[in-house]
Design a protein around this ligand. Structure first.
Ligand SMILES: [Zn+2]
Length: 323
């Protein structure tokens, strides 16, 4: 272990987290996780910290912090799921474990409750919400990738969860390695000077007067700028000019990365996609500023857990470059 530690790359200085779900303080243990023996020992060590998640819900204490188990507490649940190694924090190995096979009521005790991850984002500390983002995305991916996408053979966890391997050909598989993926989404506030373009997706949020920045998954073979341009054209019929990157946010539902941008409008006539969008409108800055204070009668915008809030705020308050 000492040799390995010496080879460890220096830990980068903590990046300042801008958004909820960013700012995970765990060192992902790139070197340690290659040692299967070490991992097995840590997964059975009384010093290790285990985060039990029940159907991807987050264990929260009465004091609204994450509730960690030790190995003994976990064993009492008698679940048969393999711990996923998150990494090392304060010198201790940290794991996430799927305890969905246990009776939820039996696990929820002594002030521990399982909460929806989106809800916990409203009160957990920034670093803890970062841990939730990693833990939830990892557990969700493993839950959906038990079989090889190439040959259909069951796959096995390796490197503590950083990869799933299909067995070699001689053992019935095809040897393919599968890696947990992150799906990039572009989310953009388009503006034309004193107005910004916000939309309302069909089905949700309509009754709440809730509008947000336009967003969509990036296609393959597309740059961020091209994805922004295509999404805004598809959803609103607006041509954009310059696109500027603002910030990004991990969004573990199940494993997106929101890429926040501002874009100048090159045209202003809205032709919305009726199938996807209930409404798309230009909103004047005054109205958006009211909405930020929750004082608008016609517009509600997402709360500060969402990157959309900060993109809209940056534009409305003049922090973002104006066309
Ligand atoms: Zn295979």
């Amino acid at each position: 272990m000492n040799d390995r530690r010496e080879r460890r790359p220096a830990r980068p200085e903590r990046i300042k987290a801008t958004h909820v779900f960013a700012g995970n303080p765990i060192d992902r243990g790139e070197v340690e996780r290659r040692d299967e023996e070490w991992l097995t020992a840590q997964a059975n060590s009384p010093a290790s910290r285990m985060l039990p998640m029940w159907q991807l819900n987050v264990p929260v204490s009465a004091g609204q912090t994450l509730s960690w188990f030790n190995v003994d507490q976990l064993r009492q649940l008698q679940v048969d799921s393999e711990p996923i190694f998150l990494g090392i924090l304060d010198g201790l190995p940290h794991f996430v474990v799927d305890v969905s096979a246990a009776d939820r009521g039996a696990v929820e005790s002594d002030g521990l409750t399982f909460e929806d991850a989106r809800t916990t984002a409203e009160y957990l500390s920034g670093p803890e919400s970062g841990i939730v983002a990693q833990a939830r995305a990892q557990l969700s991916w493993h839950g959906r990738h038990g079989f090889c996408a190439v040959c259909g053979h069951p796959t096995r966890i390796a490197r503590g969860g950083q990869v799933r391997r299909c067995p070699q050909k001689g053992d019935g598989g095809c040897g393919t390695e599968h890696y947990p993926r992150t799906d990039p989404v572009v989310i953009t506030v388009v503006h034309d000077g004193d107005r910004c373009l916000l939309g309302q997706s069909r089905g949700r949020l309509v009754a709440m007067r809730r509008y947000s920045a336009l967003a969509g998954f990036m296609d393959q073979g597309e740059s961020i700028e091209e994805a922004v341009s295509r999404e805004v054209m598809e959803e609103a019929g607006i041509q954009v000019g310059a696109v500027r990157y603002h910030s990004s946010q991990p969004w573990p539902f199940p494993s997106s990365l929101m890429i926040g941008c501002h874009a100048d409008a090159a045209t202003t006539d809205i032709q919305k996609d009726d199938e996807e969008m209930a409404d798309v409108q230009w909103f004047p800055r005054q109205e958006v500023l009211l909405a930020l204070q929750e004082k608008s009668e016609i517009l509600a915008i997402p709360g500060p857990t969402a990157i959309a809030h900060h993109l809209i705020r940056a534009w409305a308050t003049g922090e973002a470059p104006q066309p």
